[in-house]
Ligand binder design. Structure first.
Ligand code: GLY
Ligand code: MN
Ligand code: MN
Length: 404
C-alpha cells in the first residue's frame, strides 16, 4: 500500500517468481523441490471490492501441482513443511520460520545462470521484440503525424495493447533537446513548434520477459540525419561482435573507438578516434554503457559477476556505468545500444578543460537542438553468431505490410 493511503502500488511480480510462472497474480507462491513438480499456491481471494483473478489456464499449468486458496493467510499453510527451505522474494513475516530469506549461497549461482537463456526464454524475448517493434512503428507514425510526446506514448501503449503499468520500464519518448536526457521521463502534452528529432526507448513484455528497444528518427535531412545513419552502421557492427566467449568490455571499448571515428568524420571533434578515446572525449558524447543483460528484468542480474559464487569483474577504468563485464555465455541475451548525445552538463565540463580545443563547437551548436541519438537492439549470442531479435522483428513487420 502507498504510505498513509489505502491504495496499492501497481503489482510487479519479482523475477524469481516470473521465472516459474508466466502469468503472475498477487499473493501467490511457488514451492520447488528437486525431482517433483513445482507447487503453485494460487490465491483467488474472496473479495467483493476487486475482481478476483481467473484460475491459471495456460499450457504451463500442467507442469504444476496447483493448490487454490481463497484467503491470503492460507498461502503459507500449503508450503510443504519438510526439509530446509530458502525463501526468495521480499521478506514477509507470514513465511518466517519456514526457512532463510534470500540466502546468497543460493542466489549467486542462480543469478549467474540467468544470463544464458533456454530456447523457451529466447522465444519469449523474440515475441517481446515483435510486440515492441510493432508499437515503435505506430509511435513513429504518430510522431510524423504531428503528435506530442504524450500522444506518442498513448499511441505506443495502444498499439502494444498495454496499460502503462504493464510496460517493462517507463517509456522514454523525447523530442528535440529532450533526447539528450538519457532516461527522459516527462511527456510534454503540447506538440513542439519545430520537429527536429525523436528518440524513443520503449519495450514490451512477453510471459515476464522484456524487450528494450530504442530508435532515433530525424525529422529531416542534414548533419543530424547523417549522424543517425552513421551510428546505425556502428551499432550493426557491434551487434556482429556478439557471440559466445566474447568479453563484453571489448564490445564497449570498440563502441568508443567507432564513435570516435564517427564524430571525427562528422566534424564534431578535431582529433583522431584513438586520441579521442584516450583523452576521455568520447565519454562526453557517449557516457553510458553499450548495453546490459536482458531477460526477466530489463537490466537483468549478474552482469558484473566474476563467477557463480560471486565476486565482481571490473569495469574498464573511467567507465563507471557499464553494467556488463562478463564473457558472454552461449544463449545469453544482451542489448547493444551505442549513443551520441549533446548533453549540456558534459559539454560544459569538456569546455572547461583541455578537451575544449578538441571539439568543433560550431558542429556541436548545430546538433545540440537535436538532443541525441541511441539505437538499441536485443541480441542473443548463439553458436553461429549474433541473433538480432529486434531487427528481425522490424523486418517481419515490414514484410507484413509490404504489398505482394
Ligand atoms: N531502457 C533503459 C535502457 O536502455 O537501459
Ligand atoms: Mn537498454
Ligand atoms: Mn532502452
Amino acid at each position: 500500500m502507498q504510505f498513509g493511503d489505502d491504495l496499492p502500488y501497481p503489482f510487479k511480480a519479482h523475477p524469481w517468481f516470473k521465472l516459474w510462472v508466466p502469468e503472475p497474480e498477487p499473493g501467490c507462491a511457488v514451492c520447488f523441490r528437486p525431482g517433483r513438480p513445482p507447487r503453485l499456491i494460487f490465491l483467488q481471494e474472496t473479495d467483493f471490492w476487486h475482481q478476483p483473478p481467473a484460475l491459471p489456464g495456460g499450457d504451463w499449468v500442467r507442469s504444476f501441482d496447483v493448490v487454490i486458496v481463497h484467503r491470503a493467510d492460507e498461502v503459507p499453510l500449503h508450503a510443504p513443511r519438510t526439509g530446509r527451505w530458502a525463501l526468495l522474494g521480499a521478506p514477509d513475516p507470514a513465511w518466517d520460520g519456514l526457512g532463510t530469506w534470500n540466502p546468497p549461497a543460493l542466489l549467486r549461482p542462480l543469478e549467474w545462470e540467468r544470463a544464458a537463456k533456454t530456447p523457451y526464454e529466447i522465444e519469449c524475448l523474440r515475441r517481446a521484440s515483435l510486440r515492441g517493434a510493432a508499437a515503435h512503428l505506430a509511435a513513429e507514425r504518430a510522431y510524423r503525424g504531428g503528435a506530442s510526446e504524450y500522444e506518442v506514448h498513448l499511441e505506443y501503449c495502444r498499439a502494444a495493447s498495454l496499460r502503462e503499468e504493464e510496460l517493462p520500464y517507463n517509456n522514454i519518448i523525447a523530442f528535440n533537446e529532450h533526447a539528450a536526457v538519457l532516461h527522459y521521463q516527462r511527456l510534454e502534452r503540447q506538440a513542439p513548434m519545430t520537429r527536429r528529432s525523436f528518440l524513443i526507448d520503449a519495450g514490451a513484455p512477453c510471459a515476464g520477459y522484456a524487450s528494450d528497444i530504442t530508435r532515433t528518427h530525424s525529422a529531416g535531412a542534414g548533419l543530424f540525419a547523417d549522424l543517425v545513419a552513421g551510428l546505425d552502421d556502428v551499432q550493426r557492427d557491434l551487434v556482429g561482435m556478439i557471440r559466445p566467449g566474447v568479453d563484453y568490455r571489448e564490445v564497449h571499448l570498440e563502441a568508443h573507438r567507432r564513435i570516435g571515428h564517427l564524430l571525427a568524420e562528422a566534424g564534431v571533434i578535431r582529433t583522431a578516434a584513438e586520441e579521442a578515446v584516450e583523452r576521455g572525449l568520447t565519454r562526453t558524447f557517449f557516457p553510458h554503457g553499450v548495453g546490459h543483460l536482458l531477460g526477466l528484468q530489463v537490466h537483468d542480474v549478474g552482469g558484473l559477476m566474476a563467477g557463480p559464487e560471486g565476486g565482481e569483474r571490473s569495469r574498464p577504468e573511467g567507465h563507471p556505468w557499464l553494467r556488463l563485464t562478463r564473457e558472454l555465455p552461449e544463449g545469453c541475451a544482451v542489448t547493444v545500444e551505442p549513443g551520441v548525445y549533446f548533453i549540456e552538463t558534459l559539454l560544459a565540463a569538456a569546455a572547461a578543460d583541455e578537451r575544449r580545443m578538441l571539439i568543433q563547437w560550431a558542429s556541436v551548436d548545430a546538433l545540440r537542438p537535436c538532443g541525441g541519438i541511441r539505437i538499441e537492439d536485443n541480441v542473443v549470442a548463439t553458436p553461429s553468431g549474433s541473433l538480432n531479435l529486434t531487427r528481425q522483428a522490424f523486418a517481419r513487420h515490414a514484410a507484413d505490410v509490404a504489398p505482394s
